[in-house]
Design a protein around this ligand. Structure first.
Ligand code: PRP
Ligand code: URA
Length: 209
């Protein structure tokens, strides 16, 4: 069973509430998505491996910790996942970024792949898959499977808002993947939208509706 982390720091809860509000503008919605992603990235990277290096402070030589090796790959699920990338890169500026293009078929709600480009050394990195919404879980399950098919072994999933149905789908299909969310909402509606959710994350991020 996947480990599910609900990152309910007060600042994260406050910002998620602002994202939910219908009157929040595209500009504010975008800024909030990045701010929450930065805060969440702090927890998602908590177990990054460290190594000792020798350094010299103004006082003396010493041994100190630094992040070991090629560490992070951030993989947004297009298009809405793009809204979380800059926040993570503010915290982890050397991370490489891959892209997986998926959209939900409006009739079947099943994910359709249209793009995939990953860092060449993706399989050596801890991959953080990002998407604001985990609804049925179809998109996340498919994206994680693409990554595993390309050799990635250390994968984490980071969403802003999840439905219980989506969490279960990912946990069933990929029990090795830890899931980090800012809010576990009530359910899906008949159109597979999260309730109460925040509406269509891609449209709200990019102002397309
Ligand atoms: C949204 C969202 C997820 C997906 C979640 O993307 O960003 O990728 O739906 O739904 P699921 O868990 O049921 O698969 P959408 O298909 O609306 O595409 P977009 O990002 O291009 O707006
Ligand atoms: N995709 C979204 O953007 N919002 C939802 O609530 C579900 C899927």
């Amino acid at each position: 069973m996947s480990k599910v982390h609900v990152l309910d720091h007060p600042l994260i809860q406050h910002k998620v509430t602002m994202m939910r509000m219908t009157e929040t503008t595209t500009k504010d919605f975008r800024e909030l998505a990045n701010e929450i992603s930065l805060l969440m990235a702090y927890e998602v990277t908590r177990d990054l491996p460290l190594k000792d290096i020798e350094i010299e402070t103004p006082i003396c030589k010493t041994t100190a910790k630094t992040v070991a090796g090629r560490s992070i790959g951030v993989v947004p699920i297009l298009r809405a996942g793009l809204g979380m990338v800059d926040g993570i890169l503010t915290l982890v500026p050397n991370a490489k970024v891959g892209h997986i293009g998926l959209y939900r078929d409006p009739e079947t709600h099943l994910p359709v792949e249209y793009y995939c480009k990953l860092p060449v050394d993706a399989e050596e990195r801890t991959i953080i898959v990002v998407d604001p919404m985990l609804a049925t879980g179809g998109s996340a399950v498919a994206a994680i499977q693409f990554l595993k098919d390309r050799g990635c072994k250390d994968i984490k999933l980071m969403n802003l808002i999840a439905a219980p149905e989506g969490v279960k789908a990912v946990a069933d299909a990929h029990p090795d993947v830890e899931i980090y969310i800012a809010s576990l909402d009530e359910r899906l509606n008949d159109h597979a939208y999260i309730v109460p959710g925040l509406g269509d994350a891609g449209d709200r991020l990019f102002g397309t509706k």
